[in-house]
Ligand binder design. Structure first.
Ligand code: MIC
Ligand code: SF4
Length: 641
């Protein structure tokens, strides 16, 4: 049997370890990306490493998350990022240029290369044949310094696409189908590689919707081959010279295969409050809506906005709801302005937002109390929209557009034939908002406004951990639960003392105060603990509050690594029944943890309840060393000296 594409790229970039599922490998990173909400920390960490210029082929710093300037904080961060980029040899995509993933796909994606980004939706560029992986900011900082990225060798799932999408059925429905079948933890430890005759029917932007939302499966990443459709896209982006064909051998071998017959898919919707709560649209048809939002890195391409505009053309948004439209990039924005689609949207009553994450991350447009919002985004975790009891449904732009006219969730197949839209032969190319790196760092001063605070460092693992359990959580707790986003909290991303006050804000508002009072503390989680975003703040802020260990059933990939990177030991219940025996307030003791951790398991004494149990960890030898030395930054610095 032949090799699959993922193994080819991994083998080509392997610097340590063996490609055996479950084993740790190190891979060389060609490109990095950061966005502002995770980027400030990543660059503070890069600065702390003392390396004069980035050592990647290409590194880009985007500003797209913290775009509302209701105080000086976000603007301070933007200036810091721009000057840091100039100093260290990084491209800087200015605010207004678009969402990092959309712009990266358009202007920088490179088939067969490895991209590491400090954002969980970095896999978007997998739509153009890249192996694009999301990670915490510190991992990205290490990669910018020329270090490898360490990950557990994933199992490779081949997703075999046959047939062709039916009218009104969208790329979004393909990833919904996978989420419906596999759930938000079904992809942990896996890479999804798309193959088969159905692939050619999908354009690169459609493929990128699928690889983007593969993040919601918990997958390491998702990838499509780079074929003639990819070449078409690169040509239209006037980057054909950057294109190269790369794909699996004929008859490729996969660890698992999933079959999807595109002919059989219908429009689907993810109900509140999880992206895997997927149902056929028939089950939610008629749900009254107070808001519809089109945008986010999942669905804000030229195609997505043109479909929306074509459906709305000459008609008005339903009076009971508010429709927002966010172009994913300045390229998309310019294109819809030139074709007239923008005028159709404005005339329909849509509220046009700037090219940014916006409502997807709760930066404005929080829905009204007790109302439902339908969004083309990728996540509907509780509270993410900014309202504590929000009712956010996820769907394709096609469903969003017809529903915006009807005022309720509506099956687009009842609207006659879908608009027929041509794939652009040429996109508008204007990279003037991307500032290339300066030739030298001479004379560049990094602008540090008062919002940029010092980076707290982790401590080496103590000999004994003795601490109370401060919180006990269920399954699939996301980083939005651990450290929420939203317009109030996001501006504090460069200020760990301030943002740490919001740890578990909507779960237990007293958490931060209790943690500070008890000195050291322990978190107990269920399975897939820490799913969702890459934000290392969900480890960094708990570390700052004194959290010494997390005990959970299983972890999401990025959060697991982030905990290690910041010196918090991620333990796993050896016997899941012990989860039920631990309560909030119990005093736990983990004796001789420094020695025990080398052996792969520790003993946990519950001194409140008078029993003890075993906990394991899934750490590589390297990660054990990282913990013993007090986090990745200390570890890297020690070796650089
Ligand atoms: C998200 O979609 O949750 C974010 C905001 O883009 C995060 C990054 C962050 O928290 O800054 C992500 O997906 O990694
Ligand atoms: Fe931005 Fe939303 Fe995409 Fe995250 S998921 S990068 S917040 S648009």
């Amino acid at each position: 049997m032949g090799q699959n594409l993922t193994r080819k790229i991994l083998a080509d970039h392997l610097v340590s370890g063996e490609l055996q599922p479950g084993r740790e490998i190190g891979v060389r990173v060609d490109q990095t990306l950061t966005q502002d909400a995770t980027g400030t920390m990543a660059y503070l960490q890069f600065e702390a490493m003392g390396i004069p210029r980035v050592r990647t082929k290409l590194s880009v710093s985007y500003v797209d998350h913290n775009m509302l300037q209701t105080g000086f904080e976000n603007a301070d961060d933007h200036r810091f990022l721009q000057t840091v980029a100039a100093k260290y040899g990084i491209y800087f995509s200015r605010p207004g240029n678009g969402i990092c993933h959309q712009v990266h796909l358009e202007r920088f994606s490179s088939p067969g290369d490895v991209l590491l980004g400090s954002d969980s939706h970095t896999p978007t560029s997998g739509g153009a044949g890249m192996l694009a992986i999301g990670a915490g900011g510190l991992d990205v900082a290490v990669a910018m310094g020329g270090g490898p990225y360490h990950l557990t060798t994933p199992t490779i799932v081949g997703v075999h696409l046959s047939g062709q999408l039916q009218p009104w059925v969208a790329a979004k429905d393909i990833i919904f189908e996978l989420l419906r079948r596999l759930t938000v933890k079904g992809g942990v430890g896996k890479i999804f590689e798309y193959f088969g005759e159905g692939v050619a029917s999908l354009s690169v932007p459609e493929r990128s919707t699928i690889t983007n939302m593969g993040a919601e499966l918990g997958a390491t990443t998702s990838v499509f081959p780079s074929d003639e459709r990819t070449r078409e896209y690169f040509r239209a982006q006037k980057r054909e010279a950057m294109w190269r064909p790369i794909g699996p051998d004929t008859n490729p071998e996969y660890d698992e295969v999933v079959e999807i017959d595109l002919d059989r898919l219908g429009p689907m919707v993810a109900r509140p409050q999880s992206p895997d709560n997927v149902v056929p649209i028939e089950e939610v048809e008629g749900t009254r809506l107070a808001q519809v939002c089109v945008g986010s890195c999942t669905n804000s391409t030229y195609h997505d906005l043109s479909v929306t505009a074509a459906v709305l053309k000459g008609r008005k948004v339903h009076p009971s709801l508010s429709l927002t439209v966010t172009p994913g990039s300045r390229q998309v924005f310019t294109m819809i302005a030139r074709t007239g689609a923008l005028a159709d949207l404005i005339e329909s009553g849509a509220r046009i937002l700037e090219s940014a994450c916006g409502p997807c991350i709760g930066m404005g447009q929080t829905p009204a109390s007790d109302t439902a919002s339908l969004r083309t985004f990728n996540r509907n975790f509780p509270g993410r929209s900014g309202a504590p009891n929000d009712q956010v449904y996820l769907a394709s732009p096609e469903v969003a557009a017809v529903s915006a006219l009807a005022g309720e969730i509506t099956d687009p197949r009842k609207s006659g034939a879908p608009p027929s839209l041509a794939t652009p032969q040429e996109f508008v190319i204007d990279d003037d908002l991307i500032i290339p790196p300066t030739e030298s760092a001479d004379g560049v001063d990094v602008a540090r406004g008062p919002n940029i605070k010092h980076l707290p460092l982790a401590q080496p693992l103590p000999q004994t951990i003795a601490a109370p359990v401060l919180i006990k959580l269920g399954d699939n707790v996301s980083t939005d639960h651990i450290l929420p986003a939203g317009s109030k909290i996001l501006p504090l991303r460069s200020n760990i003392p301030a943002i740490s006050e919001y740890v578990f804000h909507y779960v237990d508002p007293e958490f931060a105060a209790k943690a500070k009072e008890s000195g050291a503390s322990i978190i107990v989680g269920g399975s897939n603990y820490g799913q969702g975003s890459s934000r290392e703040h969900a480890a960094l802020a708990p570390m700052y509050l004194g959290v010494a260990a997390v005990l959970a059933k299983t972890y999401a990939r990025m959060h697991h690594t982030n905990l290690v990177n910041f010196g918090i030991i991620p333990l796993v219940f050896a016997d899941e029944a012990d989860y039920d025996r631990v309560n909030v307030g119990d005093a736990l003791e983990i004796p001789d943890v420094r020695d025990a951790v080398r052996g792969g398991q520790v003993t946990v004494r519950n001194t409140t309840q008078g029993h003890e149990f075993t906990a394991r960890h899934n750490l590589s030898q390297r990660q054990v060393e990282v913990l013993l030395e007090g986090g990745l930054l200390n570890y890297v610095k020690a070796r650089a000296n």
